[in-house]
Design a protein around this ligand. Structure first.
Ligand SMILES: Nc1ncnc2c1ncn2[C@@H]1O[C@H](COP(=O)(O)OP(=O)(O)OP(=O)(O)O)[C@@H](O)[C@H]1O
Ligand SMILES: [Mg+2]
Length: 161
């Protein structure tokens, strides 16, 4: 089962606030696919999410490394992937992610590596609309359903659909 939720994000801090609410309500292990064109705000959302999990050092762009890994306060690690420059999905196998104690996957350009990725609990779709961004969240399965329930209770902003 999939439940969708549409939100308008007028400015970049609204994207960060959305990330904070998703981080505060996320399940213990969460796979998140971030869809959207260049400049849609995927990295803005990912960076704010990592900050919300307590990552204090630099958040590097995974554009060339494909993945950046961060220990998180609650244990395990968060993985931030950007597959824009991946050659083929097989390259993911060389990143050693099978060994990761991953609590969170934040994947930009997931469509380029779908076959080698775990299926998403949440898909985020971002698109430019005027000066802001239109966001559609799709929560998948039972995990996603519980997540959405918690998320709705933490929404710090009014821009609902
Ligand atoms: N809700 C918003 N309203 C207006 N601007 C925003 C919003 N969210 C993010 N931005 C801005 O959009 C720009 C591009 O953001 P970002 O780098 O996160 O995009 P991206 O989707 O990761 O792009 P790429 O595919 O190139 O990695 C940034 O300048 C950011 O501040
Ligand atoms: Mg990006």
């Amino acid at each position: 089962m999939t439940a969708t939720r549409e939100i308008f994000l007028p400015e970049a801090p609204d994207t960060a606030a959305l990330a904070g609410a998703l981080a505060a309500s996320q399940p213990p292990v969460a796979v998140v696919h971030l869809h959207g064109d260049l400049g849609a705000g995927k990295s803005t959302l990912a960076r704010a999410w990592l900050r919300a999990l307590g990552v204090t050092g630099p958040v590097r762009s995974p554009t060339y490394t494909l993945v950046e890994r961060y220990p998180v306060q609650t244990g395990g690690e968060a993985l931030h992937l950007d597959l824009y420059r991946i050659g083929d999905a097989g390259e993911l196998e060389f990143l050693g992610l099978d060994d990761a104690d991953a609590r969170l996957w934040l994947v930009e350009w997931p469509e380029r590596g779908t076959a080698a990725l775990p299926p998403p609990d949440l898909e985020v779709r971002l698109a430019v609309e005027g000066d802001g961004r239109r966001c559609v969240l799709a929560f998948h399965g039972g995990t996603g359903g519980l997540w959405q329930f918690g998320f709705e209770n933490r929404m710090p902003f009014a821009g609902g659909s």
